[in-house]
Design a binder for this molecule. Structure first.
Ligand code: ADP
Ligand code: MG
Length: 239
């Protein structure tokens, strides 16, 4: 009988039940069935979260509590709605601007973790450099439409470190295509060390730069990170 149970469970894709049904203890049929279903649902949700986490490709960060002291939050949004990702539901963007080591990448990562756990959001984290490399690569291999489609299916796109390297013409144009595609469709969180006035140095062309900024700042919140570098602070503590 056991192998039949397992075969049916397999066919119904009840993977937790298939492996563990015999471990459940219960006083009635209903209780047994309820416990089985509960465990199967729980297991599926965990697997879904793990899949979303691995697809998001987050960088490694610390696990200390996030400190907000030196972060200026504009009107229209607050700490809670930044962290809990409600801006994603509204398809709004966040621009995290400030110096190195002030927590931009850390905050972006925490936002992604919450969005996955709370809403099951599909997210992908890229540094601008890695996204642009991938775009150029797929363009050369003829797989750009496929790659664009993958981005289109996301709920949230994180673009980390805009400004560290200037882009070539092709890269700038492809990045603009991605930002345009996301416009009013999904959220972007972008971290940068450059004020808008300097974005020209990244995109290389004033008209393109203006078009990028225009799309990004519409429906967006600018958070300014003005503290000292945590990397510096932590190294002072350690040495
Ligand atoms: N506001 C903050 N609150 C708590 N930890 C922080 C904060 N800012 C930075 N850190 C710590 O310093 C590390 C580096 O910060 P990071 O987010 O990479 O800076 P940035 O992306 O702005 O250069 C983080 O992984 C975290 O451990
Ligand atoms: Mg960073």
């Amino acid at each position: 009988m056991n192998h039949l149970i397992e075969a049916h469970a397999k066919r119904l894709k009840l993977s937790w039940i298939r492996e563990h049904y015999h471990e459940i203890e219960a006083d009635s049929n209903q209780e047994y069935l309820l416990k089985l279903f509960e465990k199967e649902v729980q297991n599926r949700e965990e697997r879904k979260v793990n899949l979303l986490l691995s697809q998001a490709q987050l960088p490694k960060t610390g696990n200390q509590p996030f400190q907000w002291e030196h972060i200026q939050i504009p009107q229209g949004i607050d700490r809670e709605s930044v962290l809990d990702g409600s801006f994603i539901q509204e398809k709004e963007n966040l621009i995290l601007y400030g110096g190195v080591g002030t927590g931009k990448t850390y905050l972006a990562t925490l936002i992604v973790l919450n969005a996955i756990h709370r809403f099951g959001s599909k997210v992908k984290f890229f540094t601008v450099a890695s996204l642009v490399n991938k775009l150029i690569d797929s363009n050369q291999k003829g797989s750009l439409p496929k790659f664009m489609k993958q981005i289109e299916q996301l709920d949230l796109l994180v673009l980390d470190e805009l400004g560290y390297i200037p882009l070539h013409k092709e890269g700038a144009e492809l990045l603009f295509q991605v930002i345009s595609m996301c416009y009013e469709n999904k959220s972007i969180v972008i971290t940068t060390n450059l004020q808008f006035g300097q974005w020209n140095h990244v995109f290389g062309d004033p008209i393109l730069t203006e078009a990028v900024i225009d799309r990004l700042i519409h429906h967006s919140h600018l958070l300014v990170f003005s503290g000292d570098s945590f990397r510096y602070k932590e190294s002072l503590i350690q040495h």
